[in-house]
Write a protein that binds this ligand. Structure first.
Ligand code: ATP
Length: 310
């Protein structure tokens, strides 16, 4: 892969084996500065192992990775200075309040008292915790604890933030709440997020790498990935078609397939008016004409032949 000055994270043939298990099987990535990048895959796909190598918690068995130009294997200290990790388990002190947790973290990072106050205040605001800053964390909801955990990971003002399954175990409402806060960080810090929630990758990520059995099986924006699924650019015609009516449609759109509901036309730009123009002379009422919606679920099934379910 050619060197990329704008890249915050670059991996080339990154591998990790555990005995006979190949957890990560030659991953090539180039994540731009300020990008929110999602690694999306089912349990055991190799997401956490990849993150652990990038955070210098685990040595690669092969290939290489750099963060901000520093090699994770050769220069882990330089890497650790510019990254931060918010792990799957929320790492906050339950008997302290949010302010105290953040202040403690800031002092550990060597911030002055004044800087500590400024940074803690700013992060409490960013993560929407200022109203509850003086309440003990043990009284917080799961979503609030996660927000605090992310705030703590941001104290050191990292270049790259790793979020490993940030919304795992949260109810759908808290998950969406957390998405808003994560989205608010976009552009200010490079974020590498792992998830097995398709909606999460869809809602947050600039680009998504779909990972399965240790390898990247697709990479692109959510829209690009959806467009790669056969049937994505299809218009559905919902109408009781006679053979003659279907033929009339086919003479206008040759790529037409009859279905139980009516027909599918392999052209995403067909409008209701166009279809009505053709079918009215046939005496056929059109119930609906719409573009087939492809989800990232469809992408995953198409690529791997498996369902992606947490
Ligand atoms: P999850 O969503 O469950 O966290 P994941 O995509 O993060 O899954 P990994 O935790 O990276 O997947 O695991 C990838 C593979 O490597 C799995 O088969 C796992 O059992 C194996 N593995 C991970 N860590 C170890 C280890 N320390 N020793 C042996 N095998 C491991």
């Amino acid at each position: 892969m050619p060197p990329d000055d704008a890249a915050a994270v670059v991996t080339s043939g990154l591998r990790r084996e555990f005995g006979r298990i190949t957890a990560v099987d030659g991953i090539d990535l180039s994540i731009r500065r300020g990008e929110l990048f999602a690694l999306l895959g089912p349990n055991g796909a190799g997401k956490t192992t990849t993150i652990r190598m990038l955070c210098c918690l685990l040595r690669p068995s092969g290939g290489s990775a750099t963060i901000g130009g520093h090699d994770v294997d050769r220069d882990p200290l330089a890497v650790k200075r510019i990254i931060s990790v918010s792990p799957q388990e929320t790492a906050v002190a339950e008997h302290l309040n949010a302010w105290e947790n953040l202040s403690l973290m800031a002092r550990l990072h060597g911030l002055s008292r004044r800087e500590t106050r400024r940074r803690s205040k700013e992060l409490l605001q960013t993560m929407g915790l200022e109203q509850r800053a003086r309440d003990r964390v043990k009284k917080y909801s799961g979503g609030m604890k996660r927000r605090l955990s992310i705030a703590m990971a941001l104290v050191s003002d990292p270049d790259v933030l790793f979020l490993d399954e940030p919304t795992l175990g949260l109810d759908p409402q808290s998950r969406r709440g957390l998405w808003e806060h994560i989205a608010g960080l976009k552009g200010s810090v490079t974020i590498l997020l792992t998830t097995h929630y398709l909606e999460e990758a869809d809602a947050l990520a600039d680009r998504i790498a779909v990972i399965d059995e240790g390898a990247i099986v697709a990479l692109g924006t959510a829209d690009e990935l959806k467009a790669s699924v056969p049937g994505s650019g299809v218009t559905i015609v919902d109408a009781d078609l006679t053979d003659e009516a279907a033929e009339a449609l086919r003479s206008r759109w040759p790529d037409l397939r009859r279905t139980d509901a009516g027909a599918e036309i392999a052209d995403e730009g067909v409008s209701l008016d166009d279809v009505v123009d053709v079918l009215r002379p046939q005496g056929i009422a059109v119930r609906a004409v719409f573009r087939k919606k492809v989800t990232l679920d469809d992408v995953f099934v198409h690529l791997t032949g498996k369902e992606l379910r947490p």
